[in-house]
Write a protein that binds this ligand. Structure first.
Ligand code: NFK
Length: 313
């Protein structure tokens, strides 16, 4: 059964007993969708992202292709609520696509419902593999957050949201050393959606082989491994960490979320003041969990809004 955090007994990782085919299957999110075929799911995801982004750009005040660094790929888009103010909460989003696909230009899913409620939304581009190695993507994500804090020092909180590979990049920010950046972002929350936190099993799948050349690469870039080997005290105990997974995500994706929730900062730190939670969202797959964020009445949209605005509740 599921063991209780703090028991201190570590089982052998279950994925190590899987065949290559099984591992491949577990880490192919599109094979687990229930309402359409894999190809159709990926196509719909792209269409929904395209449409949401076009709509956001047509209907909201925005700053597009803002450079957050010198690199050509280091750009972000900012979407604003109707009321002009710099004292806004900011939600910064990192798209998924296994670090090798996806774009900020098709990822503005949550812009309409969040800006409607007074949240500024930032969609970040980063260098995909093979141009970007994981260390570089992590560095770029760190830089993008530093940029938002520097540009909007009066922000009412920066909330990070990432999907799948993007949730991995957001989770790596729990480990970021901001002192080296000269500015500490006003981080108030993490929304980690259908993420991957231990990269080691991916070394044994086809799609990601070229991303992780050594075990050291995988471990250095795994928030699960890093927090297990060197637990970190909370920098801000008020900061929320929401680990969220879809009901129809694969068992390995469920395990990744559950185990990440159980490391510090997880329930062990919750006793010490962290606010961490693990949520399984009813009847959604790996892609619906994101494209439904275009809707205000979707459970995850409501969770995000409640988390951001609870101080005033
Ligand atoms: N080739 C993958 C695609 C994929 O995993 C994916 C696609 C869009 C957004 C996120 C994804 N997964 C993790 O980042 C699949 O078969 O599902």
């Amino acid at each position: 059964g599921m063991d209780v955090a703090g028991e201190g007994c570590k089982r052998e990782a279950p994925w190590k007993k899987m065949s290559k085919e099984e591992l491949e299957h577990q880490y192919s999110p599109s094979r687990w969708v229930v309402r359409r075929g894999p190809e159709e799911a990926l196509k719909t995801y792209l269409q929904m992202g395209n449409h949401a982004t076009q709509r956001a750009r047509a209907s909201r005040r925005s700053l597009l292709d803002v450079p957050y660094g010198d690199g050509e790929g280091e750009k972000l888009d900012i979407y604003f609520p109707k009321e002009a103010s710099e004292a806004l909460p900011f939600l910064v989003f990192f798209h998924g696509g296994y670090w090798q696909s996806g774009s900020k230009d098709t990822s503005a899913f949550m812009v309409s419902p969040l800006t409607e409620e007074g949240v500024a939304v930032v969609i970040v581009a980063y260098d995909l593999a093979p141009k970007g190695a994981l260390d570089r993507m992590v560095d770029q994500v760190t830089q993008s957050i530093t940029f938002v804090q520097t540009r909007y020092p009066g922000n009412q909180g920066i909330y990070l949201c990432g999907h799948s590979a993007g949730a991995h990049l957001a989770a790596m920010m729990l480990l970021a050393d901001w002192t080296k950046r000269g500015v500490t972002p006003n981080l108030k929350g993490f929304f980690l959606v259908s993420g991957i936190y231990d990269l080691e099993p991916l070394m044994h799948t086809s799609e990601n082989a070229r991303l992780l050349t050594t075990l050291e690469d995988a471990q250095r870039n795994s928030p699960q491994w890093r927090l297990e080997t060197a637990p970190m005290p909370p920098k801000d105990p008020a900061c929320h960490i929401l680990v969220i997974v879809g009901q129809h995500d694969s068992p390995e994706f469920h395990r990744q979320s559950r185990e990440f929730y159980q490391v510090p900062p997880g329930p062990t730190l919750r006793q010490g003041g962290w606010r961490a939670s693990l949520d399984e969202l009813h009847d959604v797959d790996h892609f619906e969990i994101l494209w439904n964020l275009t809707r205000k009445d979707f459970a995850l949209t409501q969770i995000i809004l409640k988390t951001i605005f609870q101080e005033s509740w």
